[in-house]
Design a protein around this ligand. Sequence first.
Ligand code: OMP
Length: 214
Amino acid sequence: MQEYQREFIRFAIERGVLRFGEFTLKSGRTSPYFFNAGLFNTGSALARLGRFYAAALADSNLQFDVLFGPAYKGIPLAAAVAIAMDEQHGRDLPWCFNRKEAKAHGEGGTLVGAPLAGRVLIVDDVITAGTAIREVMQIIKAQNARPAGVLIALNREERGQSELSAIQEVERDFGIPVVSIVSLPQVLEYLASDVQLKQYLPKVEAYRAQYGIR
Ligand code: OMP
């Protein structure tokens, strides 16, 4: 695990973003951990989150033309990444987002910001079963743009509809990489190395045995 990944997990736990307990996921699965990116809820936390995303993005060498934040949660995330890429990596990138409802007046439409064109990097929080991200692909396709990759904070590495993970299915179906700041194995490594958090390890491992990739 890289140092920024360890720091990111520590930061997420400190902020209460990454929690351990019993949570019902969108997929209906009951998970012993949950990642709530909405709790990066101060200016400083959001700025720091943006720097972690930007570090993962810089590490990935991914080529793209525009950052896209899908409504709602992706919007501040894409903005934070755009700022961090400029301030930390000297890259002033175009970025845009969508509305959930089309506006009939003013500028109209559902897209706001830079044109959604060319190779699109989607910024989001978490992929579990991959439902949310597949909806985003439709928006990109409708603009005749093409996905270049997905940047997320946490890869839960859960099985999708096959033996592959939901993320591997997205990579296969759309021919694009999914880059994350951290994945479940790094969370497990972090838990194992922390005296107070070690108690959660068995449940997270059991969950991985049930829903994780083999
Ligand atoms: P999928 O559509 O199943 O990939 O689930 C992704 C969405 O689930 C995320 O965009 C979140 O809204 C939510 N989620 C989290 O935010 N954190 C988690 O740890 C797990 C989920 C989830 O419900 O699976």
